[in-house]
Design a protein around this ligand. Structure first.
Ligand SMILES: [Ca+2]
Length: 177
């Protein structure tokens, strides 16, 4: 899945909180603020977390992109961080390759690549690769919905999507999609 996004443009001195791409069981409202709109919904999220609350025990004290399960407190893997994810139109690609499955889980590789600019006319990446990392493991199957969430809590910020593309490819092993 590819998308072009923008986070920023806020006059808030402490803007928050970020957005997330969610693979989830059912459409519902998740937690606000640092929970980025998805906490509590059974599923997986790739969060673009742009805010740290001092003393927060679960987040690192810098912007980051992470894989979480069910809850923003539950980081499974950090794709990267210590980079500025705000104030530019950026291009993101989240690609999943299924390798094996059983009745409850899929084993596969989730790759996240983020470019620091986006070509909004040609709908293509531009600029430099900020983050490029993958996580391979077993993913519990929660459901079949795909969507985005965002939250601001007591702060303010803009979270915008310009364009998205969803592509489904046959898996290299076993015909699993
Ligand atoms: Ca956070």
């Amino acid at each position: 899945m590819d998308f072009i996004y923008f986070i920023g443009n806020s006059t808030d001195p402490d803007p928050a909180d970020g957005l997330a791409l969610n693979f989830y069981r059912e459409p519902m409202l998740g937690g606000a603020g640092g929970h980025i709109g998805y906490s509590g919904i059974p599923g997986w999220a790739v969060e673009f977390d742009t805010h740290y609350v001092y003393g927060n025990p679960w987040d690192p004290p810098y912007q980051h992109i992470a894989l979480t399960e069910i809850h923003a407190e539950n980081h499974v893997y950090f794709f990267g961080g210590r980079v500025d994810l705000r104030n530019r139109w950026m291009y993101a690609r989240v690609a999943f390759t299924a390798l094996e499955r059983n009745s409850t889980h899929i084993y596969g590789r989730l790759q996240v690549t983020v470019w620091d600019r986006a070509d909004r006319q040609n709908l293509a990446p531009l600029g430099n690769v900020l983050i490029n990392s993958s996580y391979t493991g077993w993913f519990k199957i929660y459901g079949h919905y795909l969507g985005f969430s965002a939250a601001t809590g007591g702060q303010r910020d803009s979270h915008a999507l310009w364009w998205t593309r969803v592509e489904v490819c046959p898996a290299p092993v076993g015909g699993v999609v």
